[in-house]
Ligand binder design. Structure first.
Ligand SMILES: CC(C)(COP(=O)([O-])OP(=O)([O-])OC[C@H]1O[C@@H](n2cnc3c(N)ncnc32)[C@H](O)[C@@H]1OP(=O)([O-])[O-])[C@@H](O)C(=O)NCCC(=O)NCCSC(=O)C[C@@](C)(O)CC(=O)[O-]
Ligand SMILES: NC(=O)C1=CN([C@@H]2O[C@H](COP(=O)(O)OP(=O)(O)OC[C@H]3O[C@@H](n4cnc5c(N)ncnc54)[C@H](O)[C@@H]3O)[C@@H](O)[C@H]2O)C=CC1
Length: 442
């Protein structure tokens, strides 16, 4: 049945659940039991989670795993990863271990500038608008002082504000295009507050500007919002070693592996169908750490994919080369992250994850997250160009298939053993469970 309801938000949590289960579920008791099964027994902790979002009815768990042995700029990290997909944590761990013996990951933050825009409409003389902007610019910054003064004390704040003419795209469309330094905060709320203040000052003061005609005084602000496109909040991560040191796999020579690896990256650089999957592999690592550290993965995803298309064609985020017998694999990626603000000081598991990472600054977190992405990409490409992805992925996915079929602990032990020497496919596992159960009942 499909039903609508008015005033749902005002109902208590238990009344919300009653309405949901009665409206949508045939077995109301079962639905309620599943929802309540995921409530935390600690009421205060549950209330904290209830209050993160709106209309909370239960918690949605994701596993939090860890990938040890990440050597980054000479320091060892164990990286927390929140993700539902099997084999990602194993792949990251395997890549970390591989590179630990080959000098580890080298990273560098290139820039940390974030962008926000006030989008507005103005239908008058452009020179008059430019004069007004030059006249009002310092006032825009001054009026935002109550918002920016603490950030300035820390060394951040508004970097600049520009007037941008976008009338070639839309008649009458202009922007206040502002750049910010938000230090250890991702900065969305800080930036949005500044922008809304800019918009207020910009619109109101236009009414008193003598260089405008009566009609020109009517500036129409459409919206004020940060941009999640952050090409100037960029981090570089790389690994490199002698080609001959890419020698872990006895079934392929180091040289052949290096050549195939470079070819695989080259393909992702020129072929968008491949680039999307290649970058998905990178995001396996990135999103998992972004989530574990309480950051906004939607913002990161949107910004990263826009960056991957910055030259007009969607392309690989990572690159590779072999020069003078040295294999180098690297990535530059835009990441607006926070280690202060948002959920970072609220969610107990986020706090724990940040402690595990030695309480990083936002800049340090950018480097750790980029490394997780690069490691993931290395692991996936290594499998793809050697055994194929299914061998390792399905080995890790085995437990999910066994759980789907309600395998007992004894069945799991027997079948895990069996699949140590047999290829895991969904069909093979189903057959093996059937076989095992048939033998038992025989
Ligand atoms: C899956 C592995 C790691 C197996 O690899 P393996 O060689 O069979 O593993 P192993 O049993 O020999 O163990 C070696 C190391 O791997 C790690 N490892 C191994 N097993 C575990 C485990 N159970 N739990 C935790 N860590 C594990 C761990 O670091 C371990 O060292 P140790 O801890 O023993 O000192 C390998 O095959 C691999 O890296 N595969 C790539 C998997 C992958 O990329 N998965 C992502 C999902 S597929 C996808 O979404 C993206 C994709 C592929 O489409 C992207 C693209 O196309 O580019
Ligand atoms: N489009 C988007 O991406 C949007 C995202 N959001 C959400 O906004 C949240 C992030 O906003 P924030 O402004 O980062 O968080 P926040 O609103 O919690 O603010 C962080 C504040 O911490 C203070 N602070 C203390 N020490 C600091 C330090 N060392 N460096 C920097 N700031 C310090 C500053 O006052 C700063 O403004 C995320 O939850 C995100 O999901 C909200 C609106 C839009």
């Amino acid at each position: 049945m499909c039903a609508s309801i008015s005033g749902f938000s005002k109902l208590s949590k238990s009344k919300k659940i009653d309405w949901i289960v009665e409206t949508y579920f045939s077995n109301t008791e079962d639905a309620k039991r599943i929802l309540k099964q995921y409530w935390n027994t600690n009421d205060k902790l549950q209330q904290l989670h209830d209050e993160f979002i709106e209309n909370t009815i239960t918690n949605y768990y994701l596993p939090l795993g860890v990938a040890p042995n990440f050597l980054i700029n000479g320091k060892i990290y164990t990286i927390p990863m929140a993700i539902e997909e099997s084999s990602v944590v194993a792949a990251a761990s395997k890549a970390a271990k591989f590179w630990m013996d080959r000098g580890g990951f080298k990273t560098k933050v290139i820039s940390t500038t974030k962008i926000g825009q006030v989008h507005f409409m103005y239908y008058g003389n452009i020179e008059n608008l430019k004069n007004y902007f030059n006249h009002i610019k310092s006032r825009l910054i001054d009026d935002a002082k109550p918002i920016t003064k603490n950030m300035e004390k820390r060394g951040g704040g508004i970097v600049d504000i520009e007037l941008r003419n976008k009338t070639q795209d839309i008649k009458g469309y202009y922007q206040l295009h502002a750049s910010f330094e938000t230090l250890d905060a991702m900065g969305a709320n800080f930036i949005n507050s500044c922008l809304e203040q800019f918009a207020k000052t910009f619109k109101n003061e236009a009414l008193n500007f003598e260089g405008f005609s009566e009609q020109e005084k009517n500036i129409q602000v459409v919206m004020s919002i940060l941009s999640n496109y952050v090409p100037d909040c960029l981090v570089h991560a790389e690994v490199s070693c002698k080609v001959e040191d890419l020698n872990e796999d006895k079934n392929i020579s180091a040289e052949e592996f290096a050549t195939k690896f470079v070819q695989a990256v080259n393909i992702a650089e020129v072929e968008p169908y491949r680039a999307v999957t290649h970058n998905k592999g990178i995001m396996n690592g990135i999103d998992a750490v972004v989530l574990a550290t309480g950051n906004d993965f939607r913002a990161v995803e949107a910004g990263v994919h826009a960056y991957a298309s910055r030259n007009g064609k969607y392309s690989s985020l990572s690159h590779t080369k072999i020069e003078d017998g040295i294999f180098t694999f690297w990535m530059e990626i835009p990441l607006a992250l926070g280690t202060i603000g948002g959920l970072t000081g609220l969610h107990p598991l986020v706090k724990l994850s940040l402690e595990l990472l030695h309480h990083p600054t936002a800049k340090e977190l950018m480097q750790i997250v980029a490394v997780a992405g690069l490691a993931q990409n290395f692991a996936a490409l290594r499998s793809l160009t050697t055994t194929g992805i299914q061998e390792g992925h399905m080995k890790m996915h085995l437990m999910n298939i066994l759980n789907q079929f309600g395998a007992t602990e004894t069945e799991k032990a027997t079948l895990t053993d069996h699949f140590k020497t047999n290829l895991v496919t969904h069909t093979a596992v189903v057959e093996a469970i059937k076989d095992l159960r048939f033998k038992k009942n025989d």
